[in-house]
Design a protein around this ligand. Structure first.
Ligand SMILES: Cc1ncc(COP(=O)(O)O)c(C=O)c1O
Length: 405
């Protein structure tokens, strides 16, 4: 892949006197100049609220906002732009469905099937639903190498299952989940399927119709857009079954003193002023990705960096790699590992001194860490602007750390 590092002004900074190797993209990505410019142009040239002002700025803003909705629909293969709802992130998108659909549609005796790989954002909202409705949570187990045990699907997904809520790619281990295979089981029993696509949409071409999901959630900030904008795909057939998540301006059809009626989707699902500048930034980010990136080449590039890192880590004493190593070499975008005898936060602090930005902790997947027998880990995660030089910088820093052990 051609180098795009220069498109990202933040990457020119030196950190603690060193070249910056930013390999914390699973947390959040950096933003290219064109995205920064798009947000600034909006704020300085035509800032207005949407659907409110019948003035030129208001109309221009509304048009641009709706253009991005249509652009996102095309980007993920949705049949209709009204299936795209803007939220503030994956977390809010999942809470949206937990509150506005699951709380109203689930009851005692119903079951929700998750995997043991889930990020807390796709676990805790369902715990809340289970506690409030009496529904039960079941988990597709994870094997010791971070892969899922699909042999349990027949046993776990039954006529009691009302929802299957699964991540597409694990943020903690990098495992790719066969959502189509799981979805086939869900469909057989009439269960709805939600996909947490926070770690897949930035890295691979997806098509919601081919995935066969009812709901899908992801975040703009992990795919070059600003923070504060997320996406919730709700399949059109379910627009009536999902209640508004919030109530107020912009989502009503008619308002009386005692009761009100709702506008059609998507307005029904977007009360109040949405994150307009961020949505416009998201549009610029998708434009940039579509112009700069062939997604197959991106996946190959990231997997190559994973393979380089895995090869290097395997030569350093005291390091244990987590997750499905062979799969990460083929299609990964992140590698997690433990340095025996050193807390992950201490490793990350040491790496930061060398200009390397990684994530350390349980990666919002605490039960998974407990199950696999580690407390915290270090995670390096790649994106389009990373290079072999970033990986080498990380490996050099780890070599020098290992000399102190
Ligand atoms: C798989 C997964 N799900 C959900 C989230 C939550 O995303 P956000 O914090 O943008 O809401 C993340 C963020 O790291 C994630 O990786």
């Amino acid at each position: 892949m051609k180098s795009v590092r220069n498109d990202f002004p933040i990457l020119a900074q030196r950190v603690n006197g060193n070249r910056l190797a930013y390999v914390d993209n699973a947390s959040t990505s950096q933003k290219p100049q064109v995205v920064l410019d798009a947000v600034r142009t909006f704020e300085t040239a035509f800032n207005a609220n949407i659907y409110r002002g019948v003035h030129s700025f208001g109309e221009e803003t509304t048009q641009q906002y709706e253009n991005v909705r249509a652009q996102v629909a095309r980007f993920i293969g949705a049949a209709d732009a009204s299936e795209i709802i803007f939220t503030k992130g994956t977390t809010e998108s999942i809470n949206f469905i937990a509150t506005a659909w699951a709380l109203k549609n689930l009851q005692q005796g119903d079951e929700i099937v998750l995997t043991q790989l889930e990020h807390h954002a796709n676990l805790i909202p369902w715990q809340q639903v289970a506690q409030k409705t009496g529904a039960k949570l079941l988990f597709i187990p994870v094997n010791s190498d971070g892969s899922l045990d699909y042999s349990t699907l027949d046993q776990l997904i039954t006529p009691h299952t009302k929802l299957v809520a699964i991540s597409h790619v694990s943020n903690a281990l990098g495992t790719h989940v066969d959502v189509v295979r799981i979805g086939t089981h869900a469909k057989k029993v009439g269960a709805k399927m939600l996909i947490d696509a926070a770690q897949s949409v930035p890295h691979q071409r997806i098509n919601v119709q081919q995935l066969g999901c009812d709901f899908l959630a992801f975040s703009g900030h992990k795919m070059l857009a600003p923070t504060g904008v997320g996406i919730l795909y709700i399949k059109k057939e379910l627009h009536n079954a999902v209640e508004p998540y919030q109530f107020g301006g912009g989502m009503v059809f008619n308002v009386g003193w005692q009761e009100s009626t709702w506008a059609q989707a998507p307005q029904k699902f977007e009360a109040g002023t949405p994150p307009i500048a961020q949505v416009i930034g998201l549009g610029a980010a998708i434009d940039y990705l579509e112009k700069q990136v062939d997604f197959d080449a991106l996946q190959r590039h990231e997997a190559q960096l994973c393979a380089q890192l895995i090869d290097g880590l395997q030569k350093i004493a005291h390091i244990r790699i987590l997750g499905p190593i062979d799969e990460l070499r083929q299609q990964g975008h992140l590698v997690s590992f433990v340095v025996d005898g050193v807390h992950a936060h201490d490793v990350a602090a040491y790496l930061d001194q060398q200009g390397v930005a990684v994530r350390a902790g349980h990666h919002c997947a605490q039960p998974l860490a407990q199950k696999l027998g580690y407390d915290t880990s270090v995670r390096a995660s790649f994106y389009l602007y990373n290079s072999a030089q970033d990986v080498q910088q990380l490996l050099d820093a780890l070599h020098s750390l290992s000399k102190h052990l």
